[in-house]
Design a protein around this ligand. Structure first.
Ligand SMILES: [Fe+2]
Length: 478
């Protein structure tokens, strides 16, 4: 009798979790004490200027072409221009190749930047470790990076996803946690330094400190950049009104390789993934350059070569947090039908300082006067993931809307980062990793089934089953 009651209780709990065929979402009640949301003092060792006169600092790399055989290396020298040359090769200290870059500087109010170097090295071999050296005389510095496997539908690859990082002790915790996890490249979903929280010359100073802070990762693996609102820096009160000025000077992207006309939106292919980067704060409605480019880029996606189609943007399209609620609606109206048509696997965004994951849903049948205005389950739709919880000085967005919408699968206001570990053309392992938990502890995780190969596979299995049953009927009849 007792066991029967227990069984009924279990079944009733399971039924409560299932609603309209979709498991109900989880709002995590987890609360962890955090460090104060203030920036790390400038004299802290994470911002240390490297030893030596005019030594290269703020070293960072990003993919330099469409397919992963090139790298753009950027760094800053503070005292004088110095050399823009990169020496590189297959073993440490033995450099068979060199490439010559360029340098520039810029002003922001009375702040004068250091000399910003940029050097493209291309024609690299896939899946190879390269060592490189930059700087002059006795102030040279050495680093290394690993090129990705060639474009191949089954090439495994592990991406990290970080957003809204800033430069607090919570940001440092996110960085350390990410670096323990074995990610091979970072998909960065916007809001880098939060230098715009400062005024006058301190804006430039805090871009410099952030560049030194992230160098521990950015000098060794590519970070794929996407711009957020904190990169806009519209500050007319100090005579600075050119949007994205500091960001564009400091963080180059390989936009021309994907036929984009603007560094703020572009695409790359890496291993088995096709990654599209969008700009939430550039014109995107019909007929704008970004809209025209995206229309063409979606046509260039070849799921037979790169099965995994990933989109990055700063403002989330589906967000049930009070913070930035509905800010992604205008982009949803313009682009959501394409995301469904082209079966995007997953869309990563930041902006909201919390974590949230959606079920596969879409709202593409609603027009201003007809249709159901509520999102519905849609197998062709992407999973939407907000991971704007890198740990900047604005703190966490702790107020989720109540009740949790049916499309929201999991949400929690904690700092952390995500990883997407592509195993083959069919499966990828996804984890959201809350800071301060052990590196092997994931708070939210699931297996992502590829939208192209997964569905074709299901279709093939269905056809096979149908053919077998036809064969059986034929045998019975004969
Ligand atoms: Fe933001």
């Amino acid at each position: 009798m007792v066991s029967r009651i227990l069984m009924l209780l279990v079944v009733s709990s399971l039924l409560n979790l299932i609603h309209n065929g979709v498991a109900e979402g989880v709002t995590s009640a987890f609360i962890r004490s955090e460090w104060p949301s203030v920036d790390i003092p400038l004299d802290h060792q994470v911002f240390k200027v490297p030893n030596g006169y005019n030594a290269p600092q703020q070293v960072h790399i990003t993919q330099g072409d469409y397919d992963g055989k090139a790298v753009i290396i950027s760094w800053v020298t503070a005292d004088e221009p110095g050399s823009s040359q990169v020496q590189y090769g297959l073993s440490e200290g033995k450099y068979d190749f060199n490439a010559k870059g360029t340098f520039k500087n810029y002003t922001f109010y009375d702040y004068k930047s250091g000399y910003i170097h940029e050097c493209l090295i291309d024609g690299l071999e896939y899946d190879t470790k390269y060592y490189y050296e930059i700087g002059d005389a006795d102030s040279t510095r050495k680093f290394w990076f690993q090129t990705p496997p060639g474009i191949d539908p089954d090439a495994p690859y592990k991406f990290g996803i970080i957003g809204d990082l800033g430069q607090t002790f919570n940001s440092l915790s996110t960085m350390e946690h990410y670096m323990q996890g074995g990610g091979q490249a970072v998909l960065f979903v916007g809001d880098l330094s939060y230098a715009d929280r400062y005024k006058y010359n301190d804006v430039g100073v805090r871009w410099d400190s952030w560049g030194r802070f992230v160098e521990q990762s950015t000098a060794y693996q590519p970070w794929i950049w996407c711009a957020g609102n904190h990169e806009i820096e519209y500050m007319p009160y100090m005579g600075e009104a050119t949007p994205f000025k500091s960001y564009l000077q400091r963080y180059p992207t390989p936009y021309a390789a994907s036929k984009s006309s603007n560094p703020l939106w572009y695409a790359i292919r890496r291993a088995s993934a096709h990654i599209i980067v969008l700009s939430s704060y550039s014109p995107f409605v019909k007929y704008t350059p970004q809209w025209r480019w995206l229309a063409e880029e979606f046509k260039r996606v070849d799921r037979k070569k790169t099965p995994w189609l990933i989109v990055l943007m700063h403002v989330p399209i589906y967000n049930s947090n009070e913070a930035h609620f509905m800010e992604g609606e205008s982009m949803r109206v313009v682009y959501e039908s394409w995301f469904v048509k082209y079966k995007v696997d997953v869309i990563f965004a930041g902006h909201v300082h919390a974590y949230e994951r959606s079920y596969r849903i879409s709202n593409i049948h609603y027009y201003v006067s007809i249709g159901d205005a509520y999102p519905v389950p849609d197998k062709s739709a992407p999973v939407y993931i907000t991971v704007g919880d890198g740990g900047n000085q604005e703190g966490l967005a702790g107020r989720f809307r109540d009740p949790q919408p049916e499309y929201s699968a999991f949400r929690e206001a904690s700092y952390g980062h995500s990883t997407l570990e592509i195993k083959n053309r069919m499966h990828a392992l996804y984890h959201w990793n809350r800071n301060d938990d052990g590196k092997k502890v994931a708070t939210d995780s699931f297996i992502l089934h590829n939208q192209y190969w997964g569905t074709s596979h299901r279709r093939r299995r269905r056809n096979l089953r149908r053919n077998i049953s036809v064969l059986c009927d034929f045998k019975q009849a004969s």
